[in-house]
Design a binder for this molecule. Structure first.
Ligand code: SF4
Length: 170
């Protein structure tokens, strides 16, 4: 399993990428080309820098204030294998996992038929925010989302449901 990941950036104590204080990992590479994208520098899959999963998990361990990790981008589901390892680490440390994606959940379920890593990553994500950024549906009022088409989807009844309830109560 790949133990390196191309990263566009990291924010150690983010309060804008989901409930609580989170490690926000911005993955490098995206092919959705949403008009109005705020992070075009994340699109080139060869851009950013390469990090090992150990570097990222060490960063997570270094901060006791963190309640979880958020995979954002870029498109995180282009690099599922290292994210699986990181998600397992965060869960073992008692944290939760949020992932953003420009795909819809149904598109990811279809992709997992030929790319099982995508399914294995979905198995480890507590809360998914899905769908591309649509400029015409942009909203500054929606917590933790850029446009109204994007859905907050709990992928389990535990942490996922709790995170969704927190977002929906804002
Ligand atoms: S999915 Fe995100 S990073 Fe990719 S083009 Fe759309 S808004 Fe930009």
């Amino acid at each position: 399993m790949t133990r390196t990941i191309r990263v566009a950036g990291i924010v150690l104590e983010s309060v804008t990428d989901g409930p609580g204080i989170r490690l926000a990992l911005f993955c490098q590479g995206c092919h959705h080309n949403c008009p109005g994208c705020h992070n075009p520098e994340t699109h080139d899959p060869a851009g950013g820098r390469e990090m090992t999963v150990e570097e990222i998990t060490a960063l997570y361990n270094s901060d006791p204030l963190l309640s979880g990790i958020t995979f954002s981008g870029g498109e995180p589901f282009l690099q599922p294998e290292p994210l699986i390892i990181i998600a397992d680490h965060v869960h073992a440390a008692g944290g939760n996992v949020i992932a953003y994606t420009g795909y819809s959940l149904s598109q990811l379920r279809k992709l997992q038929e030929t790319q099982p890593g995508i399914g294995h990553l979905l198995d480890r994500v507590d809360l998914l925010v899905d769908g591309p950024f649509i400029l015409e549906e942009r909203s500054l009022l929606l917590p933790f989302r850029g446009s109204a088409n994007q859905r907050v989807i709990p992928l389990n009844e535990g942490e996922g449901k709790t995170l969704a309830e927190k977002i929906n109560s804002l």
